[in-house]
Design a protein around this ligand. Sequence first.
Ligand SMILES: *Cc1c(COP(=O)(O)O)cnc(C)c1O
Length: 425
Amino acid sequence: MAEQGIGTKCVQGGYAPGNGEPRQIPIVQSTTFKYASSAEMGKLFDLEASGYFYTRLQNPTNDAVAAKIAALEGGTAAMLTSSGQAASFYAVFNIASCGDHVVASSTIYGGTYNLFAVTMKRMGVEFTFVSPDCTAEELDAAFRPNTKAVFGETIANPALTVLDIEKFARAAHAHGVPLIVDNTFATPVLCRPFEWGADIVTHSTTKYMDGHGAAVGGCVVDSGKFDWTAHADKFPGLCTPDESYHGVTYTERFGLAGAFITKATAQLMRDFGSIQSPQNAFLLNLGLESLHVRMKRHSENGLAVAKFLSVHPQVSWVTYSGLPGDKYHALAQKYLPDGSCGVVSFGVKGGRAAAERFMGRLKVAAIETHVADARTCCLHPASATHRQMNDDELRAAGVSPDLVRYSCGLEDAADLIADLDQALL
Ligand SMILES: *Cc1c(COP(=O)(O)O)cnc(C)c1O
């Protein structure tokens, strides 16, 4: 049979019930699993047989949902994590530890930036941040002999820059390291980074994948394409025996298709324990079942709103890569031909005070720190997340005082536009 389309994978991927089994993925609400003999259980601990023994390591509900996301991204294996933050941490820490170095795009999510620049730095991992718009030469210059990975976001939150995935993948591979892409805003419906050379994908499933503001979660997906053994000196954790896990060598035992995720599960999930609850995995799956339908609508609403704002006299600027004339429009046409998601940012004429007044007049859009939800939400960082900063400090942080981040939900575009129009006076 031909490979199934993205919509069919959204609806049916990852779970194929047999005769008389539940049609919907069951929530296996059990911390532990029963065995008849110690010998049978022992095989699981030796990684000689696969099976469940404790939900911190694996759970059938989580596995089915992870398999669906792996199928959507075109990867070989995936793991669910308790949040997007945990996914970013696991993806990087699985191959970079104390004494190592990572190159990252500078326009990544603020929480990821802090994780890398502050917390992981404290753990001994150094990061060099480069502009996503840097030249191939500038990117090349950021590498060091101890560089272990490159990291970027397909559509950055909240900068809305579009990553030139091929440019970043070429540089990473020239230096013998993988490219990790946070694909949260695009989702595999709008972009599948593996098709452009990325090796590992991460998600905050809290955003569009769940899509209903119901469950915080994350996911790490492996393409199975990066050949760790060709650069075995850089990746001893994958290519030499793990003394903390029965001396297993992950690449030998699980092949390129399974080594990365098995190591992340057996070591990082075992020790850090940021597992997604099976209940949340079930909710995430409900979101995934309609992801292909929703991303189309989010993107249509995003474009309609961006077009309306771009000609509005009270709006000083609009950033949305789906908009012709946007700085990232050419990259969006290449990497995001089916839409640029629902998040639009723009400036309200009159600066901080005018933007604050505009926010107060909105009726359909709710003021929230959330994005990528079925319900339209909106944030003015200068009066919320960044309110302790003065205008100069804001500009230095890349957030202008007039900036509004507007996340189009699934409502009728006409109602969103009417709401914006009455609020923009
Ligand atoms: C929200 C977000 C994260 C962090 O995810 P949580 O689920 O909130 O931990 C990471 N990356 C991007 C792009 C995000 O938008």
